[in-house]
Design a protein around this ligand. Structure first.
Ligand SMILES: [Zn+2]
Length: 387
């Protein structure tokens, strides 16, 4: 199975400068290729292939005006041109919107490295062309430190290595092929009920709380809101006619806000992954969850914020990914399956069940926690469809 691994980089200042240069060259090549395609189309020409464009670009590199491009690893611009061609082609196939020009302000800074030439050691990654000198101490410049040691295998085939900057840190993401690890699974399956009160309730009795109700997350949310307000106030104060002036103070605050946001996303993502791993590590034969109508729930303004914070969409995506890795069958119950309204003892459907009814009381004498019952029902549903 191909897995994507993303690891933070710890570059020194010289390396940081180099990486921003690479980003700039990548953006330049992308925009240049896109502009050439558009120009060509307007003249009534057909689609320019990326090999044609690359030949043209090589000539450009060797002209005096664009001599700065010669300091950049060839692969960076090569891939940027390829990306632009793919995006342009995909538009005509109807797969995506018309590609936009990359902007210094709006686009995420990123560039590509050649998958054959890239090297990994346990602690470092080697980029191409940061230093062209052969001397050993100069060659060190090519090796950028990795924040996590030993996460990326050192002897593998790497696919599509990309380096990006999220406003605070640099990251490398790379795809690596891993052998399939099929484990022997238990005979029992599990049903999962997702919700706002608790993130997940499992039919085997496990319960995962809503992390957004924790003190730490609430505190961070409060800090975030306070910062947002303060930033917007500063903007108002420094307004000059129609335009806004960005003072150093605002830049500082915006960086702080970015940090808070990253911290919150990391806490939430980490919690989702831990929850899923715990469920998967119990090796059930199948997992059954409900088909959540996430976009419909977000439209409900009473629920939208808490639904967004819970990250149900990410939960399902991660679950799908990890299930397929371990060979666990994932069953998604039909959207109209009444998992919470059904009595797990007699099969009666309680139509007037409200969201506020936390305990389910049935005429047959069954008294049970509502979410736990839903998970039992989902397990029963899965039992019917599991292979
Ligand atoms: Zn009943």
């Amino acid at each position: 199975m191909v897995k994507a691994i993303k690891v933070m980089l710890i570059p020194n200042n010289v390396q940081k400068t180099k990486m921003f240069q690479y980003v700039g060259a990548s953006r330049f090549a992308y925009n240049w290729a896109l502009a050439r395609e558009i120009e060509n189309y307007e003249k009534g020409g057909r689609f320019l292939s990326d090999s044609e464009l690359r030949k043209e670009f090589t000539k450009l590199r060797h002209s005096d005006e664009y001599a700065w491009l010669l300091n950049i690893s060839n692969n960076v611009t090569k891939q940027a041109i390829k990306d632009a061609c793919t995006a342009y082609k995909n538009f005509f196939k109807g797969l995506q919107k018309f590609p936009r020009f990359k902007s210094k302000k709006r686009s995420m800074p990123k560039f590509y490295q050649d998958n054959v030439k890239i090297r990994f050691s346990n602690t470092h990654v080697k980029f191409e062309g940061f230093s062209s000198s052969r001397k050993a101490n100069k060659q060190k410049m090519n090796w950028v430190r990795l924040a996590e040691h030993g996460r990326i295998p050192t002897d593998a085939k790497y696919m599509n290595p990309r380096i990006s900057f999220d406003g605070l840190n640099w990251w490398i993401s790379v795809c690596v092929e891993f052998p399939d690890c099929r484990e022997t699974l238990y005979d029992d399956g599990v049903g999962i009920d997702l919700g706002i009160k608790d993130l997940a309730v499992c039919s085997d009795g496990a319960k995962y709380k809503n992390i957004n109700k924790r003190q730490k997350v609430k505190k961070l949310e409060k800090q975030k809101r306070r910062l947002q307000r303060s930033i917007s106030r500063s903007y108002e104060k420094n307004k000059k006619g129609e335009s806004y002036c960005k003072t150093n103070n605002v830049i500082k605050k915006e960086k702080l806000l970015l940090k808070r946001n990253h911290r919150l996303t990391n806490i939430r993502k980490n919690y989702l992954n831990q929850t899923i791993s715990e469920i998967i590590n119990r090796k059930p034969r199948f997992i059954c969850m409900e088909d959540l109508n996430v976009s419909g729930m977000i439209k409900n303004r009473h629920l939208s914020k808490s639904v967004q914070e819970q990250g149900f969409f990410l939960f399902r995506k991660q679950l799908e990914y990890k299930c397929s890795d371990k060979g666990i069958q994932l069953i998604v119950a039909d959207r109209f399956y009444p998992s919470s309204k059904l009595c797990s003892c007699c099969g009666n459907i309680k139509k007037d069940l409200k969201l506020s009814d936390r305990v389910y009381r049935c005429a047959c004498g069954n008294i049970i926690d509502r979410d736990f019952q839903a998970s039992i029902n989902l397990k029963a549903y899965g039992e019917r469809f599991a292979g």
